[in-house]
Ligand binder design. Structure first.
Ligand code: SAH
Ligand code: ZN
Ligand code: ZN
Ligand code: ZN
Ligand code: ZN
Length: 418
């Protein structure tokens, strides 16, 4: 499909055995954005293949990245009043789109503020970091001594780094942005941005873009590089993990000085209720208590200022004790767990760990042999803890959405946040 190789899914219906397998778009969860569909065993005729190829060609941006870079160079030579910019796209028809006039050089350095976030589209789900969260991430990266950041779906982090590069002479950190939003090609060169799909590890720019990424990872013998990613939360963890492992493998190709068994340092930003899914694919990762929050997401704001606590966390293979969380925002260091935790996260003597996932104080259930949310009670029927108001269900299989036992898809705690 236009977004690269499709993924193989399986359609299951209750009690009907194996289910039937089909290919669909890797990135679009909304059929209106991409309606590619093909049964696995379906024969596709030559005519349909040709039509599909034509469709794919027609659904590529009308300017290449190279052309956009040339346009940028011409644009910055224009007198201010002639610098007009469409906030939605650069290549479709512009009727009904918002224009900005008199674009300054400073504005060109913060494209994420210039572009209209594509949040209404399920496909892109662009939720931009608050300055607070972005600065925290960058400070952490610098304090840990990293020099290169592979920014996968983190345009605002990339942009913070890029503008420091152009403003501060002794700023040493560099960033390469990989993102599916091709509008960024209007602001960054081919060495700064690759048009990339993180659900199928597809570089739209082909081998040349691949090579750009490889080179970036291999600079300085592959040392002091970290990958930071903030994928759309509705995304398939398995597909994302597959791509991230490919990127890690790309880094490992350097394999000099016996670094073979090491993993590329990585921070994956995602909601806490995906913890078990992420750990399934990356057992070396741990979840940090730091609450990441967003400018254009009313629900995912920081506890103190927003309406509710953000459920978004950092998952990382860095040593937890090295990740210092700001005490002034209410984090403290647990000497037993050797990591910073939310102030409300009490160390449980029985679990021997700080067990809260959401920042509230959790309570230990002796029957479940683990800590549970403060609002939960042990149900003797279900033989596990749940909300008092839950409907008892026989659940032999795990939940369809998060894979955990104890509830069905209809009551999955992860759905109440999206
Ligand atoms: N908080 C980040 C933005 C995260 S929003 C920041 O402020 O920098 C998710 C980002 O992932 C968006 O930039 C979006 O364009 C990008 N994205 C969405 N789907 C993608 C895909 N399939 N492949 C690559 N990037 C994708
Ligand atoms: Zn602890
Ligand atoms: Zn406990
Ligand atoms: Zn219990
Ligand atoms: Zn019950």
């Amino acid at each position: 499909c236009p977004l690269g190789p499709a993924l193989l899914f399986v359609k299951t219906s209750q009690g009907k055995g194996e289910g039937r397998r089909f290919y669909a778009c890797s990135a679009c969860r909304d059929r209106r954005d991409c309606n590619f569909f093909q049964w696995e065993d379906e024969k596709v005729s030559e005519t349909r293949l040709a039509a599909r190829e034509k469709y794919n060609r027609n659904h590529q941006p009308s300017f290449t990245h190279r052309q956009n870079v040339e346009r940028y160079k011409k644009f910055i030579l224009l007198p201010l009043p002639e610098r007009r910019f469409c906030q939605e796209s650069e290549w479709e028809n512009h009727s009904g789109h918002q224009f900005l006039c008199g674009i300054s050089t400073a504005q060109l350095q913060t494209p994420s503020q210039l572009l209209y976030p594509l949040e209404n589209k399920k496909t892109n789900a662009q939720y931009l970091f608050t300055d607070r969260s972005c600065q925290f991430l960058l400070d952490l990266i610098i304090d840990l001594g990293f020099r290169r950041v592979l920014s996968v779906g983190t345009p605002r982090l990339h942009e913070m780094i890029q503008s420091k590069v152009s403003q501060e002479e002794d700023f040493r950190v560099r960033s390469l942005l990989l993102d599916i939003d091709f509008r960024y090609s209007q602001f960054y060169t081919e060495d700064e941005f690759c048009h990339y799909n993180m659900f199928n590890h597809y570089f739209f720019g082909g081998e040349a873009a691949h090579e750009t990424c490889r080179k970036f990872l291999h600079q300085d013998n592959g040392e002091r590089v970290i990958m930071v990613t903030d994928p759309p939360f509705g995304g398939l963890v398995e597909a994302l993990a597959f791509s991230f492992k490919k990127l890690m493998a790309m880094w490992s190709e350097t394999e000099k000085e016996g670094r073979n068994s090491q993993e590329m340092p990585m921070v994956w930003i995602f909601p806490y209720f995906f913890e078990s899914r992420i750990l399934e694919f990356f057992p070396s990762f741990s979840m940090m208590d730091y609450q990441v929050d967003y400018d254009n997401h009313a629900l995912y704001k920081h506890g103190k200022t927003g309406r509710r606590q953000s459920p978004v966390r950092m998952f990382t293979n860095l040593t937890p004790s090295m990740i210092v969380l700001p005490v002034e925002e209410g984090y403290r260091f647990c000497t037993i767990c050797q990591r910073y935790v939310s102030s409300g996260n009490q160390h449980c003597e029985i679990c021997n760990s700080c067990t809260s996932k959401d920042g509230r104080r959790w309570k230990h259930c002796v029957l479940c042999k683990k800590c549970v949310k403060p609002s939960w009670f042990h149900c003797n029927n279900c033989k596990c803890c749940a909300l008092q108001s839950h409907v008892c269900e026989k659940t032999d299989a795990g939940c369809f959405v998060c894979g955990k036992a104890g509830h069905k898809r209809s009551t999955c705690p992860s759905l109440s946040h999206t």
